[in-house]
Design a protein around this ligand. Structure first.
Ligand code: NAD
Length: 470
């Protein structure tokens, strides 16, 4: 609970909020690039010096293997820090424009300014990466951040709070732990920007709260990412990519291929190859392995178990109720109108659905909410282009899964129901700052015709000289 005095379990108080507000004014200073790079370096040290503790917390929360946790959480953060440090100076330079017009001889520069204090609300599935990724961009351009991590990855959240308190001054970066009631109270505070990653349902609440106070917001939401495999490109490598991308983090990735649509002519072959690949990755008894990921809480586990009943299990289907784990499962013959056909799965179940006519399939997919990404596996350029042009999504990835989202060179975000606003790399520098036009007049005298009272011919003169006046 937050009281007027602060968040009790983290001793946050209003004076820290005020400090953040002061920083908003102070840190518009562009000469502070070195200081900001030092903050990024501090974040790098936090990650590298505490790597094993962080990996252990991620394992406790979600059963992630050290390799998977390092690659999908720590490594992407370190890459992003490197990118920011390399590009910050160039990006920070104000863009100059000179205007020599009769009516407005001026010098104009467009500067990037930090918003001020930023609230980051993050989910449980990549609890470290998604709490810190926005922070990297936000600190790089001079903001301060409050992070509210998910209560459903408590070990990571607690460790993050402890480490950030050790490494950072609270006027720069603070972690506030708590459940949805804490998040609700945080939304009452006067933030300058809110960055939310999570479900569509909570995203809508956050959007509404931000709108009430005219606070700019980014919503990184979920979706049902289709993965279409046409008849031209079924190889071992393709199946390996799809199975890896789907079952990474026990299927709990916002950009996981949600459902596979396979051309009828290769349907059975795909299923057999997918089963072989699952065995190769996870063995014959995946639940005996400690590194098979788990669902974070009972309701989520039950929701995924319920999906298992909405079709025929082709492979897998065993569950471990005590540990809230489900083995990688392939589901076929999905019952018509089942929720698994339109709800985001977010678990280790892979529905495989055959199709015969591509344009009919595309028309059916158009009826679903816009996802974060559309995946296509094809050697037929026309098919790829057709799907890319007909379906809306935050990203389009041809012949690969997941990797489009881990590069700082490309922006990440959704469209429509999967959210709005983009970040990663230079998109983060843009999104966490606002452009401010700085105009300096260079004309020492006034053109009298600009000012009232106007004469009868002035409108004609304005029309005639418009191009040279403005
Ligand atoms: P969630 O929306 O339940 O929770 C996200 C955060 O919001 C948590 O910190 C939670 O405490 C907080 N919250 C809960 N109630 C709130 C309220 N009333 N007001 C303000 N904040 C509140 O999401 P989740 O279950 O943690 O995450 C899963 C969802 O996130 C999936 O839909 C997934 O696709 C999506 N996701 C999206 C991305 C992306 O980058 N687009 C990444 C990861 C996950």
């Amino acid at each position: 609970m937050i009281t007027k005095a602060g968040v009790s379990d983290n001793k946050i108080n209003w004076s820290i909020i005020q400090q953040h507000q002061k920083r908003r004014v102070a840190d518009s200073d562009h000469s502070k690039t070195t200081e900001r790079k030092q903050l990024l370096e501090l974040l790098r040290m936090l990650l590298t010096e505490n790597e094993s503790e962080l990996l252990a917390a991620l394992h406790k929360d979600l059963g992630k293997s050290a390799e998977e946790a390092y690659a999908s959480e720590l490594a992407v953060l370190l890459q992003e820090i490197d990118f920011m440090k390399r590009h910050l100076n160039n990006w920070q330079q104000p863009k100059k424009k000179h205007q020599i017009k009769l009516g407005s001889m001026s010098k104009t520069t467009v500067e990037h300014h930090p918003y001020g204090s930023i609230l980051v609300i993050s989910p449980w599935n990549y609890p470290l990466q998604l709490a810190l990724m926005p922070v990297i961009g936000a600190l790089a351009v001079g903001n301060s951040c409050f992070i509210k991590p998910s209560e459903f990855a408590p070990e990571t959240a607690k460790l993050l709070a402890k480490l950030i308190e050790t490494y950072f001054s609270p006027d720069v970066l603070v972690v506030v732990n708590g459940d949805s009631s804490v998040a609700t109270e945080l939304l009452e505070l006067p933030w300058d920007f809110i960055f939310f990653t999570g479900s569509k349902k909570v995203g809508t609440i956050v959007h509404r709260a931000a709108a009430n106070k005219q606070i700019p917001v980014v919503l990184e939401l979920g979706g049902k990412n289709p993965c279409i495999v046409d008849e031209t490109n079924l190889t071992k490598a393709v199946v390996q990519r799809i199975i890896w991308g789907k079952f990474l983090n026990a299927g709990q990735s916002c950009i996981a291929p949600d459902t596979i649509y396979v051309h009828q002519t290769i349907y059975l072959q795909f299923l057999q190859m997918a089963v072989e690949q699952i065995k190769l990755f996870y063995g014959l008894h995946p639940l005996e392995k400690a590194t098979i990921g788990r669902m974070p809480y009972e309701k989520q586990y039950e929701k995924i178990v319920d999906f298992l009943k909405q079709g025929s299990i082709y492979y897998g289907g065993n569950v471990d109720a005590e540990q809230k784990r489900i083995e990688p499962t392939i589901l076929i013959d999905i019952t018509a109108r089942s929720p698994i056909l339109y709800e985001e799965i977010f678990g280790p179940i892979l529905p495989v659905i055959p199709y015969t006519n591509l344009s009919k399939l595309v028309n059916e997919l158009k009826r679903l909410d816009d996802p974060l990404v559309t995946y296509v596996f094809s050697k037929n350029k026309k098919n790829g282009e057709y799907i890319k042009d007909k379906l809306r999504s935050g990203a389009f990835s041809l012949n690969q899964v997941i990797l489009h989202a881990i590069s700082s060179d490309s922006s990440f975000g959704g469209v429509g129901a999967s959210g709005f606003g983009r970040y990663h790399g230079s998109a983060s520098l843009d999104v966490f700052s606002y452009e401010r036009t700085v105009y300096t007049n260079l004309l020492p005298f006034n053109i009298q015709k600009q000012y009232p009272p106007y004469q009868s011919n002035d409108l004609n003169l304005l029309r005639k000289w418009r191009r040279w006046l403005f």
